[in-house]
Design a protein around this ligand. Structure first.
Ligand SMILES: O=C(O)[C@H](O)[C@@H](O)[C@H](O)[C@H](O)CO
Ligand SMILES: [Mg+2]
Length: 395
């Protein structure tokens, strides 16, 4: 079965989600010469136009290829694109096409993805909540909202308590962040998972001060505590703190993931299937992590296709910690965009049994929401911030 057509589709709506990127989505539709259709998804942050164009470029290498040859096709692009290991746009494009190819493979064999990957090790995937704390600023805001989320069945949740501090943090920032974390820990009790998101924005000295202040609240992990490229800063952080480190959403290749695992720089690896290289690379990354007892918690922030493929893969991962989940904080259209959806019940998602990624795309809604790629607005509250949490800081 040959790939005959690849179409990048930008979707957007005025309905706001948890963050700036949440109101748009990049879907990739792959069609074969005998009419099978598969869907993938690419990363929709401040690069919507360049990712859309990159998908068109990568498509030139994939059209005409056998859709079943996921391994060969990825390596052909690895050979072609001198900059794949450096280009997030290239990596997310190849990932989206790879996900759609696996979706087609499942449909061809009439099997959900997990069966093609060696079978599942669990029927329900444990998830943690993210995106739940829009407009939370005071410790009380965080405490009340986290209680509501807990009552919905989530026993673990992630949040960024650091307001608009960037690179450096001072005593006031440390105190305010500590008050928020303390409020959530007290609201949830000792057994819940409290996950601290740093969004990779601090220098090592500042994040070490943070770790010393927050370790008494027993965070499940500290996510991206230092700037992504600051490997020496991360080594210093590792040697001077006792907290568990999670990272991985910006990794774009197997070798990059291998580096963090083999150097002992990470406890919880968070590959994103939409930019690590699709299912083809993600499953290898999982194995590399397992060899060093590093746990997996896929980054899963964007849309329902990414969510579906992440649920399928998570069901097969022996060393899974949890899967990130924005599902209940998606704008409604992202839930409506797929049939046989994957709701969160009791902090878990049931693994769908439909072929491929396990959900079908609502093509009527795709036609309604389809738009031309446009640059996202740049606001004082950056794209990675959960909306409204900088309110107290903006002039
Ligand atoms: O862990 C996460 O879910 C991410 O850090 C998100 O919070 C970011 O905002 C997004 O990935 C930006 O592209
Ligand atoms: Mg993150």
């Amino acid at each position: 079965m040959k790939i005959s057509e690849i179409e990048p589709i930008v979707l957007s709506s005025k309905e706001k989600g948890a963050a700036t990127w949440a109101s748009s989505m990049i879907l990739v539709k792959v069609v074969t010469n005998n009419g099978l259709v598969g869907y993938g998804e690419a990363v929709p942050t401040l690069r919507v136009i360049s990712v859309f164009n990159a998908i068109k470029q990568v498509s030139k290498a994939y059209v005409g290829k056998e859709v079943e040859d996921v391994e060969k096709n990825y390596h052909e692009w690895y050979k072609q694109d001198f900059y794949l290991s450096r280009s997030f746009e290239s990596a997310t494009s190849v990932s989206a096409i790879d996900i759609a190819s696996w979706d087609i493979l499942g449909k061809e064999f009439g099997a959900p993805l997990y069966k093609l990957l060696g079978g599942k090790v669990r029927d329900r995937v444990p998830v943690y909540a993210n995106g739940w704390y829009s407009d939370c600023v005071t410790p009380l805001d965080f405490a009340e909202r986290s209680k509501e989320v807990h009552a919905r069945g989530y026993n673990a949740m992630k949040f960024d308590p650091f307001g608009n501090y960037f690179n450096w943090i001072d005593e006031k920032g440390l105190r305010e962040s500590e008050e928020r974390v303390k409020a959530v820990r007290e609201a949830l009790g000792e057994d819940a998972g409290v996950l601290i998101e740093h969004h990779g924005r601090f220098n090592s000295k500042s994040s070490q001060l943070i770790a010393k202040r927050l370790e008494k609240y027993n965070p499940l992990f500290m996510e991206e505590p230092v700037h992504h490229e600051d490997v020496d800063g991360l080594r210093e952080y590792r040697s001077r703190t006792k907290v568990r480190v999670a990272l991985g959403e910006r990794l774009v290749s197997l070798k990059e993931a291998y580096f963090y695992v083999s150097e002992g720089l990470v406890d919880v690896l968070q590959p994103d299937i939409t930019n690590i290289g699709g299912v083809t690379v993600a499953k290898k990354v999982v194995d590399v992590a397992e060899a060093r007892d590093v746990e997996i918690a896929f980054h899963n922030a964007f849309g329902p296709v990414q969510n579906a493929v992440s649920v399928q893969l998570s069901s097969t991962v022996n060393n899974l910690l949890s899967l990130e989940n924005f599902y209940d904080w998606f704008p409604q259209w992202k839930r409506d965009l797929v049939y046989n959806a994957t709701p969160v019940e009791g902090g878990h998602v049931k693994v769908p049994e439909k072929p491929g990624i396990g959900v079908e795309v609502n093509e009527k809604l795709v036609d309604e929401l389809k738009t031309s790629p446009e640059a996202l607005e740049v606001k004082e509250e950056p794209v990675w911030v959960v909306g409204g949490t900088w309110k107290g800081y903006l002039k």
